[in-house]
Every structure is written in structure tokens, then in C-alpha cells.
Design a binder for this molecule. Structure first.
Ligand SMILES: Nc1ncnc2c1ncn2[C@@H]1O[C@H](COP(=O)(O)OP(=O)(O)O)[C@@H](O)[C@H]1O
Ligand SMILES: [Mg+2]
Length: 171
């Protein structure tokens, strides 16, 4: 499947831990285009899972997103993005500078999320937490179409995720 992506755009990846968000981001975007909450937690606390670093990490994430969007650089937010309020704040930053927002949801079967999470190199998230995130994902996927994005893409199978071709349009 071809995904026509406006450039610049703010891309929100939406999915639980183990959805394959970071893998997808690495495959389709330049490292400097991707802002990752895990990486920022690691940058601050030397541990991507240190939740006590989350508040600082998300403050930094918002700053980086704002600075990139001000320069009209395509920006991908690699975080779970499962909270509507968080998505709204990020989208507002893009709208302020007239940049479209694209949401990409990773909505696979529960078993696949849990299997992917188990394969996360040295970084498995507690299964109960992933199950909770999956619940929030289903709710998020239902809401994405009414959140005013320029485009919403929901990927439902590994084949669909692996078959995506990102093509940038505009500029
Ligand atoms: N497209 C894919 N095909 C096969 N396995 C994948 C794919 N994407 C992710 N995985 C597996 O799932 C694990 C978690 O992926 P990752 O991208 O780190 O997820 P997230 O960033 O959403 O937590 C990877 O280490 C890999 O083993
Ligand atoms: Mg990740």
C-alpha cells in the first residue's frame, strides 16, 4: 500500500509497546526526523524505561517538535500516543504553523502485540501494561477519525505494516 505523506507533516505513531512503531520509523524516516520518548528518557536517565523521567522527556519532546515544525521539517513522534490530550497538544503545535497532522495507528491482534513485545531486545514491557495499552489503543483508533487530522491510516496486520510504501508529496 502506498502512503502519500504531505511534506512537511507531523506524523503521530499510535500504538502500544511492541507495536513496531520504532521499527517502522527507522524503516521509513531519517533518524533525525524521529523524536522518540524512549530515546529521550534514555538521554535523561540512561534508561528508556525509567518512567520517573517521563515528564522531562515529554517536555523535551514538545520542544523538539515545536522547533522542527517552526523550520517546516517533517517530524515523526515515536511514542505510544495513546492519550487523546497528548495527541491534541502535539497536533495544536502543528496547526499553529499550518502543518498537517497524520496519524498512523498500529491496530493488530492482541496476541501479535504481546509476541512483538516479548521480542523487544532487552526491553520487554510488563504484559499487564501492554494489555492496558491495547485497551487504550482500541479506544484511540475509534477516536482518531474525529480528531481532525489531514490523514488517518490504521494498519491491522504485519503484512500491511511491512507492505507500506511512504511517498512524500508537496514540499
Ligand atoms: N515489521 C515487523 N516485522 C516483524 N517483527 C517486527 C516488526 N516490527 C517490530 N517487530 C518485532 O517487534 C519488536 C518490537 O518492535 P518495536 O519497533 O521496538 O516496537 P515499539 O517501538 O512499538 O515498541 C521488534 O524488536 C521486533 O522483534
Ligand atoms: Mg519503540
Amino acid at each position: 500500500m502506498r502512503l502519500a505523506l504531505p511534506d512537511p507533516a507531523l506524523v503521530l505513531l499510535v500504538g502500544p509497546s511492541g507495536a513496531g512503531k520504532s521499527t517502522f520509523a527507522l524503516r521509513h524516516f531519517r533518524p533525525t526526523e524521529v523524536v522518540s520518548s524512549d530515546e529521550l528518557r534514555a538521554r535523561i536517565a540512561d534508561d528508556p524505561d525509567d518512567q520517573s523521567a517521563s515528564a522531562d522527556a515529554f517536555r523535551l519532546l514538545a520542544l523538539i517538535v515545536a522547533a522542527r515544525l517552526a523550520r517546516r521539517r517533517l517530524t515523526v513522534v515515536d511514542a505510544t500516543n495513546l492519550a487523546a490530550a497528548g495527541r491534541r497538544r502535539l497536533a495544536a503545535q502543528a496547526r499553529r504553523v499550518g502543518i498537517p497532522v497524520v496519524a498512523i495507528g498500529f491496530d493488530m491482534a492482541d496476541d501479535l502485540f504481546l509476541a512483538y513485545n516479548r521480542r523487544r531486545p532487552g526491553r520487554q514491557v510488563d504484559e499487564g501494561i501492554v494489555r492496558d495499552q491495547i485497551g487504550r489503543l482500541r479506544e484511540s483508533v475509534g477516536r482518531l477519525p474525529s480528531e481532525g487530522y489531514a490523514k488517518v491510516v490504521v494498519l491491522r496486520t504485519p503484512a500491511e505494516i511491512d507492505g507500506i510504501r511512504v511517498e512524500r508529496v508537496g514540499g
